[in-house]
Write a protein that binds this ligand. Structure first.
Ligand code: ADP
Ligand code: F6P
Length: 319
C-alpha cells in the first residue's frame, strides 16, 4: 500500500478541487493512504499536513479555489528548503507526491524527483501556458468568466458608443485573450505573441466608425503592457470616448465548468495510476481529447506554438 501526498501550488484555478477529489478518491479506491499538504510547498516545509479520507473531498467538485489552499514559496526554490521538504515527506511516511499547479510548481516536482522522491504534476492554471497539453485545468472556466464580462461591458459600450479595453490575465500567454476575445466577439485582440501597432488599432477604429459602428471592444492580454497607457494613446489619436476595465482576480474564481471538472477528474485518476505503476517525474496532460503523460523535463522544455490561424481568423470576423 502506497502513501500519496497531494498539494496545490502557484495561482489557484477553478477545477483544482475536482482534481484533488479525483486523486483522493482514486487513491483510496486502489487501497492507498492519502495526505493533503496545505498551502503548497510552504505547507510542506511547515508540516501543515493532514490525512484525507473520502469525505474530505465531499461537496467540492463544484467549488472554485482549492480546499488545500495555495501559495508561492521562495524557500522551496533553494536546496535547503527542498531538503526540509523531503525530510517532512519521510517523517509522514509519504512515498510519492501529486503536485497540481503550473510550470513553476512542476519545476518543484522535478527537483523532488531528482532527489529520488517520485512526483507527478497535474496542470492547474488559468493561463493555458503549458506547451505539452492542449488544455490546463481552469482555462475553460476563466474563458467563460471573461466572455460573461465582455457581454456585460458590450451592453454599456453600445449604449454609450464607447471604446472599451478589457485587460485579461494569462501572464505571458495570449490564449485567454485570443479565445475569450473570439467567443466574446471582440473587435480587436492584442496578445504578447504577435507584435501590434497602436496606429493599426486606431485605423481600424476609424474605419469601423466611418461605416457607422460607434462602439468597440478591445481585449488586451496582460502580458502586452499597460491598458491605461494604451487607452491614452488611442484617445489621443482618435478622440474616442474610452474606458478601461482590468478584470483581475474575478477571473481566478467561480464554479468550474463541466469541461474543467471532467478534465480534472480524468487527469487526477491518471496521476494516481502512474504513481501506482512506479512512475516518477511525469506530468499528465490532454492531447486530442486523450489523457497523456510525459516526462516533466521534456514537457517543460517544449515551447508553445501560438494559434496564429485562429488569431488571423478573428481579424476576418471582426472587419
Ligand atoms: P505556477 O506553478 O502557477 O507556475 P509559480 O511560478 O509561482 O506558479 O510557482 C509556484 C511555486 O513553485 C513557487 O512559489 C515555488 O515554491 C515553486 N517553484 C517554482 N519554481 C521552482 C524551481 N525552479 N525549483 C523549485 N521550486 C520551484
Ligand atoms: O498564473 C495565474 C495568474 O492568475 C496569472 O494569469 C497572473 O499574471 C498571476 O497569476 C497573478 O498572480 P497573483 O495571484 O500573484 O496576483
Amino acid at each position: 500500500m502506497k502513501t500519496i501526498g497531494i498539494l496545490t501550488s502557484g495561482g489557484d484555478a477553478p477545477g483544482m478541487n475536482a482534481a484533488i477529489r479525483a486523486v483522493v478518491r482514486s487513491a483510496i479506491y486502489y487501497g492507498c493512504k492519502v495526505y493533503g499538504i496545505n498551502r503548497g510547498y510552504k505547507g510542506l516545509i511547515e508540516e501543515d499536513i493532514q490525512e484525507m479520507n473520502l469525505s474530505s473531498v465531499g461537496d467540492i467538485i463544484h467549488r472554485g479555489g482549492t480546499v488545500l489552499k495555495s501559495s508561492r514559496c521562495e524557500e522551496f526554490k533553494t536546496e535547503e528548503g527542498r531538503a526540509i521538504g523531503v525530510e517532512v515527506l519521510k517523517k509522514f511516511g509519504i512515498d510519492c507526491l501529486v503536485v497540481i499547479g503550473g510550470d513553476g510548481s512542476f519545476n518543484g516536482a522535478l527537483k523532488l524527483s531528482q532527489l529520488g522522491f517520485p512526483a507527478i504534476g497535474i496542470p492547474g492554471t488559468i493561463d493555458n501556458d503549458l506547451a505539452y497539453t492542449d488544455y490546463t485545468i481552469g482555462f475553460d472556466t476563466t474563458m467563460n468568466t471573461i466572455i460573461d464580462a465582455i457581454g456585460k461591458i458590450r451592453d454599456t459600450s453600445s449604449s454609450h458608443e464607447r471604446v472599451n479595453i478589457i485587460e485579461v490575465m494569462g501572464r505571458h500567454c495570449g490564449d485567454l485573450a485570443l479565445y475569450a476575445g473570439l467567443a466574446g466577439g471582440a473587435e480587436t485582440i492584442i496578445v504578447p505573441e504577435v507584435e501590434f501597432k497602436v496606429e493599426d488599432v486606431c485605423t481600424k477604429l476609424k474605419t469601423t466608425q466611418k461605416r457607422g459602428k460607434r462602439h468597440s471592444i478591445i481585449v488586451l492580454a496582460e502580458g502586452v503592457g499597460n491598458a491605461q497607457d494604451l487607452g491614452k494613446e488611442i484617445v489621443k489619436e482618435t478622440g474616442a470616448d474610452l474606458r478601461v476595465t482590468i478584470l483581475g482576480h474575478v477571473q481566478r474564481g467561480g464554479s468550474p465548468t463541466a469541461f474543467d471538472r471532467i478534465l480534472a477528474s480524468r487527469m487526477g485518476v491518471r496521476a494516481v495510476e502512474l504513481l501506482l505503476d512506479g512512475k516518477a517525474a511525469k506530468v499528465v496532460g490532454i492531447k486530442d481529447n486523450k489523457i497523456i503523460d510525459m516526462d516533466i523535463n521534456e514537457a517543460l522544455s517544449m515551447t508553445r506554438d501560438f494559434d496564429k490561424d485562429t488569431y488571423e481568423m478573428v481579424k476576418i470576423l471582426s472587419i
